[in-house]
Design a protein around this ligand. Sequence first.
Ligand code: HEM
Length: 502
Amino acid sequence: MVSYFALAGLAIVLYILYVFIINPYLQYRKYLKWGKGSFYPFVGVFYGAGLRVKQYKDVDHHLKHMYDDGSDPKIYVENNATGAIIKISDPEYIKEFVQLENKAYQKTTLLIDNIIRLVGQGIIFSEGPQWKKNRNVLSGVFHFEQLSKRVPSIEKITKEVYKRYIDSGNVKNVDVIELFQEITAEVVIQTFFSNISKDKSFYGMSLSVALSYLINSVGKQISTPFYFLFRTNFFKWGIRESDRKLNKQIKEFRQMIGDIINERIKEEEELEKRGEQTTKEDLVYYLKKNNLLGVLSLDEIISEFMTFYVAGMDTTGHLCGMAIWFLTQHPEIKKKLQEELDANTDYSQNGLLKLPYLNGVIQETQRLYGPAGQLFNRVALRDHMLKDIPIKKGTIVKPSPCSVHRHPKYFEDPHSFKPERWFNKNTVTPYTFIPFNAGPRNCIGQHLALIEARIMINYFMKTFDFESDPNFEMVLNYAFLIEPVDKLRINLKLKENPLIYQ
Ligand code: HEM
């Protein structure tokens, strides 16, 4: 009898050893043939991330410096508790991945499912026919021509936010990422519902503050042990008082967004009845004008709004914040950009697009410290070949933008901040610069992001003199994005004759 128990115990131990150590290690060794890697049993990427933040002050240091020894690895292999994670760093393999993307892979929901219960299955988190339908419907809103109509409202929001900072006297140690995010948050809200939501409040919070509060709250839940034991179900069950409160708020918030959408639809219908033209070129108007309101359900529009908010607010704010930080570290580039902007009086998108330093600084920030240096995890749905690499079903695979952006074969002197390298755009090899990913799942909001970035930086540099707080230390780690751990502190001083008052 005892020996049966002993045998069963031994079998369980062997099984655990196999699942959590031997199998992940064998997979890791297999893929290592195509590149470099690091393996930490059980704790995998999470442990490696902690080490690199401590040692190099940058969670992605290993990915950014993988070619420094002159080698040309195609992938970087890491592990999670049960298998390998492949980060593709070679443009030819990235191209192949992108072509297979919707057939052979799917985004994983680990760490994302709790945010999905807030934002819903918008296009960033959906797959298959639902993704295709919603992407088709919404892509028209993000065409350059359609977005150009949003430029005056982006300028207005930018000026209002800068003025608010100036009027409050809040110009020392400003977290510029937060400053830019106030603008990008309002831009997404107005892109959807014009300014109808301006006076709406949720438990005394404005729409953008309420959304950020809810996003932070669901984000905090996943850092508890309950998440790792029961995933998002635990919070849905509402065992703790705090979870019940949050569940109620999520429901009420989605309801409120639904009411705003209905209010906007009614507004447009009344204008139509009176034979009047709309003055609001927002998403609701776009859907109505193109007879698309029936194609997306109310719940889908709510989810898409929340998705765009999450995807578009944080990212673009980070990009501009990091660009300003880079300028504080490179006074000679800051001077050249300042001269270029001061000499320019054409603030239209075509005018700003022609400015080599402005666009070079934005591109170079994306290349070196873009907010999406790593993409969402994808899981292989079946065994298949990624060029010559045999990928096993269940393996995590994704392109690694922050690696390929530092490949010396494609970017000379890859670790230096050189906006000039973008002056001749013909030199960029396909799939070597992918800050917005590439292929079918590329960023639908990329034109909006770049339009916002040009406007925000142009107004910023013609409104403020600025320098970084000498005590600030740049340490990069993951939160939702790759972010400075401490608030990015910049001291601002109002210029003489600032652009926002002209
Ligand atoms: C600098 C700013 C931005 C960066 C760096 C960025 C980057 C990215 C990246 C890398 C992806 C692909 C993620 C993946 O597949 O793992 C993506 C997807 C997406 N982005 Fe952006 N993004 C930015 C701004 C925006 C804005 C302003 C919006 C909308 C308001 C937006 C909406 C989306 C959506 C909806 C997707 C999902 C597309 C799909 O799966 O079909 N993004 N973004």
